[in-house]
Design a protein around this ligand. Sequence first.
Ligand SMILES: [Zn+2]
Ligand SMILES: [Zn+2]
Length: 215
Amino acid sequence: MAEDQPYPPGARRAKRPAAALPCADCGDLLGRGYPACSSCADAVDALWRPDWQALLAAEGVEPGAEGERELAERVLADEVGRHPWTCTDWALALLTCGQCGSELGAGPLGCVRCTIADTNRWAWDHLGHPGAMTGNEHALRVCRAVLRAPHRQRPTIVQSWQLTMPFLLVGELTTTGQAQRIRAHVLAGRYADLAECASYAAMAGLPELPWRRTS
Ligand SMILES: [Zn+2]
Ligand SMILES: [Zn+2]
């Protein structure tokens, strides 16, 4: 990967799972237990980690050493689009917010420093999409950020993304219309029905319950 290529893509070094299958640890579809279930966390972070490791290698930085933290600070201070978006996310997770003490960008909604850090990360998507980032990759990025800081969102939003993660991992495409239908089902208390679906399209196409029909 050329060092000076603007908006280098992210999450493309690891192979995606071929199908959304149950996690051996938590039993939900793989990815849905992110980040509490370690197997789900590994499956999701497997798309992010290799980009960060490549950056460490390119910079000659030892993982786990103080230099890694410094590199994370440098990545966030660099111009948007200098590094893959996955590296921005990884850098945020490596740093602690000086204001609230949480993972940077993942603290309570009232923390200004976290809100600024979280807002800034999306500049990559605004400027790099669609050329350097697919819709699936953008959705994956949002999904992981929401699941790492669920207290920053309404519960129905969090549940919708939890349901969606396994299908994003295998590369399914999503539309705003589908997301809205899934959210409406979550709002209607149908998480369990949605969790049984074998694809994103099936969740979005879940028939409405007869007594909820208004037309
Ligand atoms: Zn799991
Ligand atoms: Zn904070």
